[in-house]
Design a protein around this ligand. Structure first.
Ligand SMILES: [Zn+2]
Length: 320
């Protein structure tokens, strides 16, 4: 819930739109958090229609922008937190990457990254678009569409795909290499202070009155499909342990990092189940039906729109 300078994955909703969304949600159906949803689902007691609001990653704007509005409207939500990013003062790598590539004054002709599989480089210039073009084109740009209006956008897509295919430490090393090659934009992270991960104290504050359920989202936001089973288990269990320590309560909901069908395996879902989670959310598109697998709950991605537009989408989702 924020207004970032660029939002290539359309992850943000402005606070004003979020408030419109809450008005619509309250009117449309009973609202549950994921833990309640999982319990009702098991007992076959879900209302005929229901809605659940979830947030992934653990941005500080969930506390500063979303929570006051959730509270005002009495809407519960579940926030899935990447525990290893708590208390860092830097943005999540994907946010820093978009600032560096899309908003920096200029890009070097070639960007070089070392990975475990060897050197990787991306030729961005010499026609790499001037920043003004990049900036205005980036404002409404949808990276999921896969098309790149300028070389800058193509560079962003290529590097994003490369880094998200790497393990957490390679990814961190890649970002370090990029920082050394690109001068950061003058106002990196225009989202301001709340475009960063929360601190542990902020998570405790978010969980304080029980309106917001805290769920786990892995330790490093690694694409679990890339890890061995023991490493996957460690990512999952460690994130829960850390969060339980912070909120002094059990953490029983999980969301797979990235969350697409290709980002985790049946083995991942089995680990989540064995470790005592009652539910896990994916990012596969769909509504939760009575016969849904609680360890693979589909979701609909809500983009920035007014309340009326969301209302129409909800009608389509309920009818699907
Ligand atoms: Zn995530």
């Amino acid at each position: 819930v924020a207004t970032p300078a660029v939002d290539p994955w359309r992850l943000s909703v402005t606070p004003a739109h979020f408030e419109e969304h809450l008005e619509v949600l309250k009117r449309r159906a009973p609202l549950l958090n994921i833990q309640e949803l999982a319990t009702d689902l098991r007992r076959g007691e879900t209302p005929r229609r229901f809605l659940a609001v979830t947030f992934d990653d653990g941005y500080a704007d969930n506390l500063y922008n979303a929570r006051p509005l959730l509270k005002r409207h009495g809407v519960p939500a579940t926030v899935f937190i990447t525990s290893g990013w708590l208390d860092r003062t830097t943005p999540f790598w994907w946010d820093e990457l978009q600032d560096l590539i899309l908003l920096s004054e200029s890009l070097p002709e070639t960007l070089r990254l070392e990975s475990a599989e060897g050197p990787w480089s991306y030729f961005a210039g010499p026609a790499s678009a001037p920043v003004d073009t990049g900036r205005s084109l980036s404002r409404g740009w949808n990276a999921s569409s896969g098309d790149a209006p300028t070389k800058r956008h193509a560079a962003y897509l290529a590097i994003h795909a490369f880094l998200s295919s790497q393990g957490p430490s390679e990814c961190e090393r890649g970002m370090k290499q990029l920082r050394a090659q690109i001068a950061p934009p003058p106002r990196a992270g225009e989202a301001g202070d709340s475009g960063r991960p929360m601190t542990a104290a902020e998570v405790a504050d978010l969980a304080r009155d029980g309106l917001v359920e805290i769920g786990a989202h892995g330790r490093t936001h690694a694409r679990l499909v890339r890890l061995s089973a023991p490493d996957q288990r460690q990512e999952i269990v460690e994130s829960r342990r850390h969060l339980e320590e912070i909120v002094h309560a059990r953490v029983t909901s999980f969301a797979y990092p990235f969350g697409g069908a290709q980002d985790f395996t049946p083995e991942t879902a089995a680990i989540v189940r064995e470790e005592g989670f009652v539910a896990a959310c994916a990012t596969t598109r769909g509504a939760v039906r009575e016969n849904a697998d609680p360890w693979r709950l589909p979701r609909y991605h809500v983009v920035d729109s007014d309340g009326e537009t969301l209302d129409r989408r909800i009608s389509q989702w309920f009818a699907a």
